[in-house]
Ligand binder design. Sequence first.
Ligand code: ATP
Length: 313
Amino acid sequence: MTSVITVSHLNKTYATGHSALKDVCLDIRRGEIFALLGPNGAGKTTLISIICGLVNATSGTVEVAGHDIVADYRAARATIGLVPQELTTDSFESVWATVSFSRGLFGRAANPAHIEQVLRSLSLWDKKDAKIMTLSGGMKRRVLIAKALSHEPQVLFLDEPSAGVDVELRRDMWRLVRELRDKGVTIILTTHYLEEAEEMADRVGVIAKGELILVEDKATLMRKLGKKQLTVELTAPLGAVPDRLSPYGLTVSADRACLTFSYATHGAGGQEDGLSIAGLLADLSAEGIAFKDLHTEQSSLEDIFVSLVRRAP
Ligand code: ATP
């Protein structure tokens, strides 16, 4: 598969002296959905902003669809649609005018049929004559997406698309993203949510403290990083752990009244080695170990990053 974005040895040091990106190298493949994961302050927005020409890199190069983002800025930028995190402020313009104007900014000839199709796909057609300032937050968000799609970009960036959006918009957005991908558009999204990356992405990049610490196919990453814990509260403290339970690698609490089982999220609680929650509960029952409560906890992305960063050289 050919690359649509090539990032080479990118560094960014802000005027404050803060090093927000450190020697980032990354190839984004044409037509993929790429999720950029990272905790707050990791450098996701900085990376996107440099690729989109909104922030200057300190060193390194970026090419988008064969255009250098500095030497050939206008051509590079015209291939990109960016849906930013922030909502637009009040505007007296109508939805139709705002979205059509965005297309013009990229030097594209007017194409009312395209604008109509974009507005319809975002359930904004009924609102085409409404002034932006009269729209709800969710509708404004839809307008931001419509603006980003107005000039038929080859690459679409979605910066924290799920932050503060309702279930319906999220569903519409993911449907649209898949339709765009099917038409050959490359999608890059930043997110804090592992589930979102799991649902949407073909590949995932993890950035922490300005370093791109891994890039993997989603399936591989989920196998490596997606961990859940099941805690079993026993009705009475446990003596020695029976042999039958030893394959589960259980952790026993100090008061011996709780057992914790860690398992991969991939495969809905069933591990490749055959250990599953159902198996554990059956084995507890076979050993006559009674419990009064169960709860599960998913390791947060922050936890995962902390452990990844610790492991990073
Ligand atoms: P979030 O998930 O919170 O949006 P992020 O991964 O997008 O975080 P960035 O916004 O890229 O992270 O910020 C990376 C680092 O650079 C942070 O430590 C941030 O404080 C710093 N930073 C960002 N913009 C500037 C700026 N204009 N001047 C100085 N430092 C900045």
